[in-house]
Design a protein around this ligand. Structure first.
Ligand code: ARG
Length: 278
């Protein structure tokens, strides 16, 4: 069991990788949120994304950027580009052909940025979209994108235990749409996104976790980023925001509804580089 109290900790400075939505579009459908007939306002997407980047900077975090690539409209969702733990980079291997080039693009970025311990993955995995890193364990999902075999691969390479969870609701196709780390030892999740067995695992490991409602989940409120104290989340997730405030967290609501048309939110835009020497 993972002890979690207190919920709100001192904020820890983070280093994030983001990708400007210069070529953002909804041109194909690889999750139920994506309807190519709806049309996106790219300028608005860029404005919303910039506001998120500025917020991270105001909160004291460092933001690095990977250059967007024309023809890769989902590349704004940098969280899927890899998984970085203790400076080791486990590369991504996308489930869909449309996003496949994003994996090597991220690995090249890491190489150029001076990361030497990188791993090209054998198994399909969509980076931090399906892995949530905590102090003692890494939670990992399978069911829609990432293969369970990738959990083993990550565990061996990153040298941290990985717990496999099964996602069952297609609206919540990545782990980071259904669960986020409030601190290194505390999580928030929407139980119905998981199989009965996985709900038992989560309940046994995190008896003090915060359980989110369907309303919170349906606006991608679980696709949030916390530094231990500050929580950045979708403006529409008002119920969850109130609960977090009552626990002592500083809540920072952001408008990202343009990117939500592709099924992504705050966390999807944010890949944490766990290498900042504080
Ligand atoms: N359209 C993208 C996809 O379906 C959205 C990815 C969102 N990223 C995330 N980390 N959940 O792949």
């Amino acid at each position: 069991m993972i002890r979690s109290v207190p919920s709100s900790n001192a904020p820890r400075r983070r280093h994030y990788l983001m990708c400007r939505p210069t070529y953002f579009a909804v041109e194909y459908t690889i999750n139920p949120w994506m309807d190519p007939d709806v049309g996106v306002d790219r300028d608005r997407a860029v404005r919303q994304w910039k506001a998120l980047r500025e917020l991270y900077r105001r909160l004291g975090h460092r933001v690095s950027e990977i250059a967007p690539i024309e023809g890769l409209p989902d590349m704004v969702f940098a969280a899927n580009g890899g998984l970085v733990v203790d400076g080791r980079v486990y590369g991504a291997r996308f489930a869909s052909a449309e996003r496949t080039p994003e994996g090597p693009a991220h690995l090249s970025w890491f190489g150029e940025a001076g990361y030497t311990r990188t791993r090209e993955p054998k198994h399909v995995n969509e980076g931090e979209g399906d892995f949530v890193v905590l102090e003692e364990v890494i939670l990992a999902a399978t069911g829609f994108r990432t293969e369970a075999a990738a959990h083993q691969e990550a565990e061996n390479f990153l040298d941290r235990p990985v717990i496999t969870l099964q996602l069952v609701d297609p609206r919540f196709y990545h782990l980071d749409t259904a669960l986020f780390a409030l601190s290194e030892r505390q999580i928030v999740y929407y139980p119905d996104a998981f199989s009965a067995g996985s709900r038992r695992v989560l309940n046994a490991l995190f008896p003090e976790a915060l359980l989110a409602t369907e309303d919170d989940a349906a606006v991608l409120g679980l696709n949030a980023v916390s530094d231990g104290h500050n929580v950045v989340l979708a403006a529409e997730a008002t119920g969850l925001a109130d609960r977090l405030r009552s626990l002592g967290h500083a809540v920072h609501p952001v408008e990202l509804d343009e990117l939500r048309k592709a099924g992504g939110g705050v966390k999807c835009c944010t890949l944490e580089l766990r290498d900042t020497p504080d």
